[in-house]
Ligand binder design. Structure first.
Ligand SMILES: [Zn+2]
Length: 115
C-alpha cells in the first residue's frame, strides 16, 4: 500500500532526526576588512579576514553577528545541524501532504502528474 510505504518512509526520517539545541539559522560569510591608515597589513593590501553571520527575518530585516576565528568551526557545525533538521522536517511535511490525500495515487518513484 502506498499509505503504508509513506508511513514507513516517514518513520525512518523521524528515527534519523537528531534532536539537539546546537542549531543556527543563518549564513556564514567571509569578509575582508581594510583599515584606512596605520595598519601595515592593510597598507600591503592584505586586509583582515573576518567571519560574519547574517540572519534574515520576515519583512527583510537582517541581523549581523561577527564570529571569532576560533568559533568558526563550531558555528559551521550548528549551521549544518540546522540544515539537516530543516531538510528532514521538509521531507516529513511532504509525506504528510500525501497522507492527507489518501485517494491520490502516487506513482512509484515519481510525482503525481498535474492535471
Ligand atoms: Zn588592518
Amino acid at each position: 500500500m502506498i499509505r503504508d510505504r509513506t508511513l514507513r518512509t516517514r518513520e525512518k526520517l523521524v528515527d534519523k532526526l537528531t534532536v539537539t539545541g546546537a542549531l543556527l539559522r543563518a549564513s556564514l560569510l567571509e569578509r575582508t576588512v581594510r583599515h584606512k591608515s596605520g595598519c601595515p597589513k592593510c597598507a600591503r593590501g592584505e586586509g583582515h579576514q573576518v567571519h560574519v553571520l547574517t540572519v534574515s527575518y520576515a519583512g527583510g530585516r537582517v541581523r549581523q553577528i561577527s564570529v571569532r576565528r576560533e568559533r568558526v568551526a563550531e558555528v559551521r557545525r550548528l549551521l549544518d545541524n540546522y540544515q539537516k533538521l530543516k531538510d528532514a522536517i521538509e521531507a516529513i511535511c511532504e509525506l504528510n501532504h500525501q497522507l492527507l490525500r489518501p485517494d491520490t495515487v502516487v506513482p512509484r518513484g515519481g510525482r503525481k502528474k498535474r492535471d
